[in-house]
Ligand binder design. Structure first.
Ligand SMILES: *Cc1c(COP(=O)(O)O)cnc(C)c1O
Length: 398
């Protein structure tokens, strides 16, 4: 089992963008500037190995560790306030691994992604009995408090510090699934989280080409135990995914901040049509409501500047007046794909009702990419007018 060599002090105290580029440099083994992909499943062992006495500084078998996975986990840990990161083959593999590790008797569950609930359900049916309680019910020692922030699919936020204080006053643990707002948008450890979870297929990967899951722990011991358990579960991230994800992290800050900025401006623009005072050309009476934290009435207790100092992310939900419009809209756009997932450089949107019946059939979840705001507005304006006045009419005019 490899133990990650300590990140040098000047990088532990560096800003996030610097850490994302340099935190793993000391783990490089040659003069290369960009790391090589690790594909070897097995590594040459030194002659002096005896039973159960593998050297701690070498890699043995890739189910346990690889040079590139160590580099990726070092960067992921560094950018999460110097926490300890463990990577998995998918976000839901990470979810399952954390349940096995903590073995909670009770889970206090907030609103969120239906897949995480399905994984918890599988764990409850096949592994151990768990009592699911409301996020606002009283907590007991050993409970796992499970928050998603921001919430999938609305992009609205919750007050993590409030739940952290309640959890810690009662001996419970707080997990924050931060998939919808990675650093630099939020740093859940600063809000009191004990564990942070990500689906790295979303913003961290950011290009819709690498699936994976991450758990970041405050405490080194938890990360070490999770790695030992991962070796037995075999739920490791593939080598290409590992390489792609590390490459993507180098540009994480600039991507995420720009996506969040564009989305927030687009949300404000769409909201003018909901309020009946549309900016030029935007039709009234098509979109009924826009959900995003930038429009949300936030809990009065919440210190927003501390929790989300740079914006709330690029995911929001549109509610249409008619179901037919919600289903048709993605196919009228030229600069957006009708596809699941979010957080990538290209704008995507999804009619969530198709996979999650609890979601209204009049809604679409939107994720804004890195296209120019002016081009997106023009595209959306044309498509919304086509919904209101008929596709043929608008085709002739625009
Ligand atoms: C996508 C997602 C997951 C699951 O991650 P996978 O990598 O798809 O397994 C978990 N939580 C949230 C909030 C997600 O959006």
């Amino acid at each position: 089992m490899i133990h990650n060599k300590e990140t040098p002090l000047h990088l532990r105290t560096a800003a996030l963008s610097t850490q994302a580029i340099h935190a793993d440099e000391h783990l490089g083994c040659s003069a290369e500037v960009a790391p090589c992909i690790s594909v070897s499943t097995t590594f040459r062992l030194p002659e002096d190995v005896t039973t159960n006495n593998f050297p701690t500084e070498t890699h043995v078998y890739s189910r346990e560790s690889t040079p590139l996975r160590s580099r990726l986990e070092t960067v992921l840990g560094a950018i999460h306030d110097n926490g300890h990161a463990v990577t998995y083959g998918a976000g839901l593999a990470a979810t399952f691994a954390l349940l096995l590790h903590l073995k909670p008797r009770r889970v206090a569950l907030g609103v969120g992604y239906h897949g995480s609930k399905a994984t918890l359900d599988l764990y409850m049916r096949k592994v151990a009995t768990v009592e699911v309680i409301s996020i606002d019910a009283p907590y007991k020692s050993g409970d796992l408090v499970w928050l998603e922030n921001p919430v999938n699919p609305t992009g609205e936020v919750v007050d993590v510090r409030h739940y952290a204080d309640r959890a810690h006053a009662n001996g419970a643990f707080l997990l924050v699934d931060a998939t919808l707002a990675p650093p630099p948008l939020q740093q859940p450890f600063r809000q009191g989280a004990d564990f942070v979870l990500h689906s790295s297929a979303k913003y961290l990967g950011g290009h819709s080409d690498s699936i994976g899951g991450i758990i970041i722990t405050r405490c080194c011991k938890d990360a070490t135990e999770l790695r030992v358990q991962r070796t037995l579960l075999g739920s490791t991230m593939g080598s290409l995914e590992t390489w792609l994800l590390l490459r993507s992290l180098r540009t994480l800050e600039i991507r995420v901040l720009q996506q969040s900025r564009i989305a927030t401006q687009l949300v404000a623009w769409l909201h003018t049509a909901v309020r009946g005072r549309p900016e030029s050309g935007l039709p009234v009476g098509v979109i009924a409501k826009v959900y995003h934290a930038s429009l949300q009435k936030l809990p009065p207790s919440m210190d927003v500047c501390e929790a989300f100092p740079h914006g709330f992310g690029a995911v929001f939900t549109l509610e249409f007046h008619s179901q037919a419009h919600a289903k048709r809209f993605p196919y009228l756009l030229r600069l957006s794909q009708a596809a699941t997932s979010f957080g990538a450089v290209h704008t995507t949107m999804e009619w969530r009702h198709a996979i999650d019946l609890t979601q209204s059939p009049k809604t679409l979840r939107v994720s804004i990419g890195l296209e120019a705001l002016s081009d997106l507005k023009q595209d959306w304006c044309r498509a919304l007018n086509a919904l209101k006045y008929g596709e043929d009419v608008v085709k002739h005019k625009l």
